[in-house]
Design a protein around this ligand. Structure first.
Ligand SMILES: Cc1cc2nc3c(=O)[nH]c(=O)nc-3n(C[C@H](O)[C@H](O)[C@H](O)COP(=O)(O)OP(=O)(O)OC[C@H]3O[C@@H](n4cnc5c(N)ncnc54)[C@H](O)[C@@H]3O)c2cc1C
Length: 457
């Protein structure tokens, strides 16, 4: 038998061994469904793992870690597959895939939701909404609950209820040595702190528990602005959120229209009781308004507004948390958004006003709570031939934000090429040192390094 043939036989025997020891299923390169299972949201990432272990619970995750150790395979962890860096898949290693674990249980009386480790926001929102309850999550339904929470979590209810990780109250974690841990305020509070920001570094979460809040409906939708009014409309958006309305979360996307002129989309999410709130009126009467889709609708309708196709486009995102959105910075962004001879995707501007400022800063490892906005250049394109120019556009746009930066970038949007200094800056030196100590305790061998990595020392 030739050595290549021998390797193939050994690999298939190993896969059979893994199959025999898991309650869930295993996909290898020869299996139907392998290509779909290795696909990421970001089409720029195209990797071929040796095996994908679709785990059914904590015991499967521990078995998968054992298998990886025994066969000296590197490990990646997959939730919703959305991380733009493609951390959920790797060449030649083992993917611990949680996509079969998506149950979400709601305890209406306790106002707590328990999500399995692979649940998506669509799973979560559908389950909690049935009881008129919500937690602030992500704005695209197919994004993973765990992955998003572990980097912070910004969305349509941030001003009202804080970052997603502020609402995480308990988690079940399988550490790389197979130990099953509970993280909660009264049980390993240190680990809970680390999960709120530095999450994927310490183990695989098989259950996450969130605080829920009552919500009847939302006044939301999309406001579209164009023409000469875009500059003033963006200033108006900034001024409205600067008043820090507690019942209005608001995001904006600066992009271009068909004629490649700047266009602005603002997505308000109002949950107050006022029939005609002043802040919404201010946004709806801003210069350049071309489209007014704001109306009363359900939270699930609000959550569908920004859905995005999975695995079709190439993405490269880079940005900064900024202390302010000055007139000067707005002018710069308007110039940069038209700097490519074709639509570059857009510049996402997320406001952090309201409840994120209330949370006790030491309750989580995040370093960006004090920022006013998260501003991200999101290059999105389709053909590989355009890779270089779009990546350059995102990098140049992010570089222009740097003078306004308060804490580096958002780990949830970072690509895999970010230097450790940027990851450290995202947390701040003190929190980063503490995260490294946690890492030494739970993952001293840095088995979980396919993430915005916190090395153990
Ligand atoms: C279209 C789109 C929309 C987005 N919208 C938002 C948004 O509204 N708000 C926001 O804050 N962010 C948003 N993000 C960013 C998103 O939160 C992060 O990219 C996040 O990492 C995605 O998690 P995932 O499980 O989908 O991704 P994956 O690529 O599957 O996982 C990413 C990483 O998260 C960790 N991870 C995932 N699940 C687990 C688990 N169970 N246990 C341990 N570690 C785990 C692992 O380190 C893994 O490598 C969005 C991203 C995209 C592409």
């Amino acid at each position: 038998m030739g050595s290549e043939e021998h390797q193939v036989t050994t690999a298939s025997e190993s896969l059979d061994e893994l199959r025999g020891s898991l309650a869930g299923s295993v996909l290898g390169p020869a299996d139907a469904g392998y290509d779909a299972a290795r696909r990421c949201f970001n089409a720029l990432v195209d990797r071929r793992p040796a095996a994908i272990a679709r785990c059914a619970g904590p015991a499967d995750v521990a078995t998968a870690f054992d298998f990886a150790r025994l066969h000296e395979l590197e490990v990646a962890v997959r939730g919703g597959g959305h991380n733009p860096a493609g951390h959920c898949v790797l060449d030649g290693g083992l993917v611990i895939d949680l996509s079969s674990m998506r149950t979400v249980e709601v305890n209406e009386d306790a106002r707590i939701a328990r999500a399995a480790g692979g649940a998506t926001w669509l799973d979560f929102d559908a389950a909690s909404h049935a009881f008129g309850l919500v937690t602030p999550g992500g704005v695209v339904g197919s994004t993973g609950v765990a992955g998003l929470t572990f980097g912070g979590g910004i969305g349509h209810l941030t001003a009202q209820h804080g970052l997603t990780c502020d609402n995480l109250v308990r988690a079940e974690i399988v550490a790389p040595d197979g130990t099953v841990l509970e993280a909660a305020a009264d049980e390993d509070a240190d680990l809970l702190w680390g999960l709120r920001g530095g999450g994927g570094n310490f183990g695989v979460a098989t259950r996450l528990e969130f605080r829920l809040h009552p919500l009847e409906g939302v006044v939301g939708g999309v406001l579209g602005y164009g023409g000469k009014g875009v500059r003033d409309a963006l200033r108006r958006y900034r001024d409205v959120v600067a008043r820090s309305p507690r019942d209005l979360s608001c995001q904006a996307v600066l992009a271009v229209d068909e004629s490649l002129a700047p266009a602005l989309v603002v997505v308000p999410s109002y949950t107050g009781s006022d029939a005609d709130p002043e802040d919404l009126r201010a946004l709806r009467s801003a210069p350049g308004l071309l489209e007014d889709g704001v109306r009363a609708h359900s939270f699930l309708d609000q959550q569908r507004l920004l859905d995005s196709p999975y695995g079709e486009n190439r993405h490269y995102w880079k940005g900064h948390f900024v202390r302010e959105l000055s007139d000067e910075l707005i002018d710069d962004l308007l110039e940069r958004v038209v700097a490519l001879p074709r639509p570059p995707g857009g510049i996402l501007i997320e406001s952090l006003h309201g409840a994120p400022k209330d949370a006790d800063p030491p309750a989580g490892a995040l370093g960006f709570r004090a920022a006013a906005f998260n501003v991200s250049a999101m290059a999105t394109w389709d053909r590989p031939a355009l890779d270089d120019e779009h990546i350059r556009w995102a990098r140049d746009t992010a570089a222009a934000l740097e003078p306004w930066s308060v804490s580096g970038g958002y780990v949830n949007y970072m690509q895999a090429d970010e230097p450790i200094e940027r990851v450290r800056a995202a947390f701040g030196t003190e929190a980063f040192d503490r995260l490294q100590a946690l890492k030494r305790r739970y993952d001293p061998g840095n088995v979980l390094r396919r993430n915005q990595n916190i090395p153990p020392s």
